[in-house]
Design a protein around this ligand. Sequence first.
Ligand SMILES: NC(=O)c1ccc[n+]([C@@H]2O[C@H](COP(=O)([O-])OP(=O)(O)OC[C@H]3O[C@@H](n4cnc5c(N)ncnc54)[C@H](O)[C@@H]3O)[C@@H](O)[C@H]2O)c1
Length: 438
Amino acid sequence: MALNRRALLKTGAGLTAAMLAGGLRNAAADQAAGSDKVARFGVIGLGNRGRHLLGLLARVEGAQITALCDISTENVARAAGIVAEAGGGDPARFSGSPEAYRDLLARDDVNAVLIATPTKWHCPMAVEAMKAGKHVGSEVPAGFFTEELWELVRTKEATGRRYMLLENYLYNRHNLMIWQMARAGVFGEPYYAEGAYLHDCRFMLFKPDGTLDWWGDWASKHYGSDYPTHAMGPLCKWLGIHEGDRLSHCTCMMSRPRVLKEYAAAKYGADSPQGRIDWAMGDYVSMTIMTEKGRLIRMDYDVNSPRPAEFPYVLQGTKGIVDSRRGIYIEGQSPHEQWEPAAKFQEAHDHPYWRRDGARAEKAGHGGGDFFVIRDLVGMVRADREPWIDVYDAAGWSVLFDCSRRSIDARGAAVEIPDFTGGRWRDADWRRDHHRPA
Ligand SMILES: NC(=O)c1ccc[n+]([C@@H]2O[C@H](COP(=O)([O-])OP(=O)(O)OC[C@H]3O[C@@H](n4cnc5c(N)ncnc54)[C@H](O)[C@@H]3O)[C@@H](O)[C@H]2O)c1
């Protein structure tokens, strides 16, 4: 699976017009059929991820980029070049301070924002954007702390703006196919799921000048499962979380930090300021989560260890199992005790998004997920509709970081997970008006 963030960073935002020729435009037109509204985006945060998404967004039918914002003037200029290359004109530019985004939010020619800043900004920016009347597409996770996530949910409800979490891993071919299969009952009733984000991200800790980058600064002060949505998002959709079930409580344990100290010492010297950092983030974090309906989820997280990247998913049901590392086994259908390749199930269960646009999606990054997540974001704004990955999913999955931290502090004791839906999860159909990929 082409899900390696390092590979993505290497390719940067430089998607060429040729790669995307005919790419998103026609597909998005299908998606937002019936809507003649133009989505006018302001994009905030134009680093590696922001520029990559901008390159996709700039080519979606019915989307215009009207404003750009980053603290870095240079990053804004690079981003303006991407918009111009896509034939998108010359957006207004804001830079020079961490608050420059407020000038972007004040503009009448912006009706939606895409936020791709470092994570600590996601919640405050989304809240301010919705109060300013803008729809929001936010990079993952939605935020870190329980209180700010409550504020996010309450602001969305009070303003009536649309909010979508840009959780791209849901949209890769395998994960959308498993969503189809789970809903069709192929695995029977699912009762156990496993997800992990295992990705050596030590290269993101320091800037070239040796000072801590935002990711490293965070890891030096905080610990826990702080990037949970890639692992949890697909599992929650497969299990129907927030649609008849919800995450109830969890436990978490973490190995003590070792790897980062050794890494910094090897890179800068044991007696250097970097080598002397006492990192807060442990090397391996493991969470166990129970749902209200008594189903069990395990989520592992490791972004520091020397190892090849892997993003495995497991779903076990009463009739069979999928394990993304091994394949699929359906009792009575698969040869006894033998895994079958997942590709064998594609003809019967491939998701319509992939049947229609798979070849083009594959070129867009992150196993095709980026293509569909941006297309759905534009569809949300143009049609003014609730998205598939709404604010309740966003808050409910992202809050696992805060829960993991509290459980670690309590030596692995169980911690309650907040119910951001206010009990609405009990009705499996309460989101019936929301968009669903189809
Ligand atoms: N969905 C995915 O697969 C995926 C992949 C990579 C990153 N991400 C997420 O995207 C976000 C950005 O990551 P990145 O790798 O692009 O980081 P980055 O450091 O490359 O870029 C962040 C940018 O935000 C800018 N910025 C910081 N504070 C700002 C502010 N107050 N106002 C305006 N701009 C500000 C910085 O100058 C920088 O250009 C993170 O939250 C990360 O978790 C998601």
